[in-house]
Design a protein around this ligand. Sequence first.
Ligand code: UN1
Length: 511
Amino acid sequence: MSSPVTHDELSVRTRSILDRLGVSVDLDVSQSQLPIVARSPITGGNLGSLAAATVADVDAVIADAKSVFAGWSTVPAPVRGGLIRELGELLREYKDDLGALVSIEAGKIVSEGLGEVQEMIDICDFGVGLSRQLYGNTIATERPGHRMMEQWHPLGVVGVITAFNFPVAVWSWNAVLALVAGDTVIWKPSEKTPLTALGVQALFERAAAKAGVDPKVAQLVIGDRVAGEALVDDSRVALLSATGSTRMGRAVAPRVAERFGRVLLELGGNNAAIVTPSADLDLTTRGIVFSAAGTAGQRCTSLRRVIAHSSIAEELVERITRAYESLSIGSPLDSDTLVGPLIDAPAFAGYAKAVDAAVGAGGTVRAGGQRVDIFGEYAYYVQPTVITMPAQTDIVRHETFAPILYVLTYDTLEEAIALHNDVPQGLSSSIFTTDLREAEQFLSAAGSDCGIANVNIGPSGAEIGGAFGGEKETGGGRESGSDAWKAYMRRATNTVNYSNELPLAQGVEFG
Ligand code: UN1
């Protein structure tokens, strides 16, 4: 059971965190008629409200981003990296405050709130190094006395639309790469998490001041759908990076394509774990419980499906069920809590509907399945839920952003992989096995069809060093590490003739 947190205590704490981060916005509740309502899912209470950017506001922000781009794009990349170094330092300094604000506004447990800020610090470190490594290839040419190479140039204005569940880290994956690349950034955060965005922006502006950089290289737009659409439809926005539901991506992608803009989409996942007869069930259970119940199932990488060999399925379900019974559900600010709240009422409605649909399709609830009253009517806590399913029905193929784990069984690995891939989404995946052949088959071209495939690790909790993203309805985008930076730059292929002749490619003679 969690110790009580009153709404007033949360408001006072939020205000003092915002003050320390340098956010001066007035959150007086007397302004509660304003359209963007900041609230905490911990109690369901409102923390204040904010104005929403209009189309004209967004237009002015884009104009600024475009004009600042001219100068920023010609600053040497390693100097641009200096801005990111300052940002990383400030994030280290304010990690506790920003992490706590993530807990208050997104409902993450303290360790995960801090972990999210750590993810920002990590990408800053990566970005500083990257600023000296924006490598282009030198390519052998078929013509004598010639040299061919490619250069990577800044792309332009990058619009970043983020979701509530990673309210600060996803901005950083995008903004850090974009800024190092010489782009300017406009951020439209989720309407559900405006305060964490204001906190990050305040730190960013301090970093810019320290680095002597115009803060307009990265701007923030607090707004609703209107502001998002203004970014989507504006041809001055060269790249639109959007994280959210598949439904959102389906609306955004054609509109950006219509104006020949670029998109980078991070949409839904329906991440699975195949558990084979050779799996270490102790380790497997721990991996499954973190991935499925952690963050109250509200990561795009959360584990949603277990595909277990029929010989070990029952034992595995019993182990998971036992582990679920000991998970403490409650205020994410309590140090012993492992499962915090769902973000809001629609999230709870989605959870309840999915449990009903699964039972209606022949599923058996083996753990959880109920709402838990921690802070009354407007706070939505649920028990992490395990449902064994007779088949991969429609509800199993659908992403529900809640801690529901469906369990399916298989007899041959081919069957398991077919079930695994037979969903519309393709973000993250895992296999638990100690059999090298099974592991390698899962990682091969004939195995998982996801952007992320792991062995003996659940599908969530990726490090920033790898490229992050997935296939199919997940949208195909890659953010964060590896060579994801290339999406934020434009490639120029250059051929230089240093001879006195003019040989044509393909042996063409002309005149
Ligand atoms: C998301 O849920 O939008 O791999 C991102 C993970 C985190 C990022 C999740 N590093 O679970």
